[in-house]
Each structure stands twice: as C-alpha cells, then as structure tokens.
Design a protein around this ligand. Structure first.
Ligand SMILES: CC(C)(COP(=O)(O)OP(=O)(O)OC[C@H]1O[C@@H](n2cnc3c(N)ncnc32)[C@H](O)[C@@H]1OP(=O)(O)O)[C@@H](O)C(=O)NCCC(=O)NCCS
Length: 237
C-alpha cells in the first residue's frame, strides 16, 4: 500500500497546534542532544507549552514561511509537519501552504496564550544559553554556504514525523512536495540535517556541502552532535 493511501498532505491552521506540537516535540525528543537542552523537562510539558506558542508563531511569522501537515486518514491525527522559507522575491508563491490571516481579537488571544507559557528568558525550561551557543555555529555555516553558492534558495526549516508513524514514507512525501515547488521556480534547496534525516535527503538529490561537529562533554554528551548542511542544486527538467 502506498503512503498516499493512508496519509494525506493538508494545509496548516492555528487550530492544529496540539497535533503539530505533539508531532514535532515527540520527533525531536528522540534525539539525545536536543533532549539535553531541556534538562529533564517532561515531554508532555514541552508539548503543552509548544502548543500554546504555535498559533501566534503561525500568524506572525511573515510572508515567506510555508507550512504543510500530514494527517492519518483513519484517525484524523496530525502525524507529520514541514516548514519552508521562500526567497524574498517569491512572497506570493505557493498560496495553498500559507496560513490564513486572523482578525485582531483572535490574534490578541493567540498572543496571550503565547506569553502565558514564557518565562523571563523566553521559552520556559529551555537552556537558552546552550541553545544559542549551539545554533550560532550552524547558522554561520548555513550563511557561508548561501554566500559561497549564490542564487536563490528554498529552505527546509523544519521536518518532523511522529515516532509512531516514521519509516512509512511520510517524511519523503512532505519533502517531495516542497521540492516540486523548488523545481517549478528554479530554486536551490538548503537544509540542516541530523543523522536521522541524512539518508532521506541523499535519496532526494541533496549533497553535503558543510558539516558542524560539536563535542560538548560539559553538557553530558557522550557523542558529538553532527549537523550537515545539505544543498540540492536546481533541477533542470
Ligand atoms: C527524519 C524524519 C523526518 C524522517 O521521516 P520518515 O517519515 O520516517 O521518513 P520516510 O519514511 O519518508 O523515510 C525514511 C528513511 O529515512 C531514514 N531513516 C528514518 N529513520 C531513521 C533512523 N532512525 N535511523 C536511520 N535512518 C533513518 C531511512 O533511510 C528511511 O528509509 P527506510 O525506512 O526505507 O529505511 C523523521 O525520522 C523525524 O521526524 N526525525 C526526528 C526529527 C528530525 O530529525 N528531523 C529532520 C531534521 S534533519
């Protein structure tokens, strides 16, 4: 049975927040380096807070972000999520993956919910210093790759599949949906990949152009965190 028989790609709405948070946080919670950023905060609390932040993020993230979710046809549950960033000159492209605007009262309510789960430093329970220290080197590498390669990029900013639904083709389905937009618009595609995603990206035409290896025994890590910056060149039809 093909993946499309059991799962469908659909647009993302602010009301999807609980399902999106469950999928995203459960997927990344499997990864020990990521989990260590939370110093033992339980997954259900991370999901709760994330679900409260998502609606505000979705409606304030600007005109270049695009979102898709995958829903299991039998249960109606959200089991996959992808977020993309278009280049600035394509702000009207791919309208089906835009989150619709909401009225002012709704936006205020989203903002209230967002602020209700923050502490003085921002996302509560997250080690902000550690998160910033780690992401700085990865952001730098990504910027270098963009500069060295030039041109216009579609960026895959987030990809997650719920652990109960992994290895059934959902990640590939979401990935190829964005790649078809890249191909129609003659864009290169950039992604930061962890080990779990490497093979999937390799199979879909990505090449490793840089790698950031971070060893941090002071964070309790026994293995380095390896982030590959992957590029897919413009595909000519
Ligand atoms: C990476 C991820 C999105 C893949 O989603 P998926 O629905 O399982 O992907 P697909 O079923 O389309 O493809 C799976 C392929 O990815 C690779 N893969 C998936 N899980 C893997 C794992 N734990 N270890 C090694 N390879 C893995 C395999 O090549 C697999 O193909 P196979 O099942 O034929 O062996 C999912 O594992 C995930 O959400 N991981 C946690 C978050 C994350 O790492 N996101 C990506 C950041 S780079």
């Amino acid at each position: 049975m093909g993946v499309e028989a059991a799962y469908s790609i659909e647009p993302v709405r602010p009301d999807d927040a609980k399902g999106l948070a469950t999928t995203m946080m459960s997927a990344f919670y499997q990864e020990l380096h990521w989990r260590s950023l939370w110093h033992g905060k339980p997954l259900d609390e991370i999901i709760h807070d994330t679900a409260n932040r998502i609606p505000w993020n979705l409606v304030t993230n600007g005109p270049l972000r695009r979102y898709q979710k995958v829903v299991a046809k039998d249960s109606g549950e959200v089991v996959g999520y992808a977020r993309w960033i278009l280049p600035e000159d394509l702000e009207n492209c791919w309208p089906a993956a835009r989150v619709p605007e909401v009225d002012e009262d709704t936006q205020k309510e989203y903002e209230r919910r967002y602020r209700s789960v923050l502490d003085a430093d921002g996302i509560r329970g997250l080690d902000h210093q550690m998160a910033q220290e780690l992401s700085a080197a990865i952001d730098e590498s990504e910027e270098r790759v963009k500069k060295d390669n030039g041109g216009r990029f579609l960026i895959l900013d987030y990809l997650a599949v719920h652990p109960d639904h992994q290895r059934q083709g959902i990640g590939g389905m979401l990935l190829r949906s964005g790649l078809s937009v890249a191909d129609e618009n003659h864009l290169k595609v950039l992604v930061n990949a962890r080990t779990q995603g490497m093979e999937l990206y390799g199979r879909n035409g990505f090449h490793k152009v840089d790698e950031v290896v971070q060893e941090r025994p002071q964070y309790g890590w026994t293995e380095p965190q390896v982030t590959a910056v992957l590029l897919r060149f413009v595909q000519s039809n």
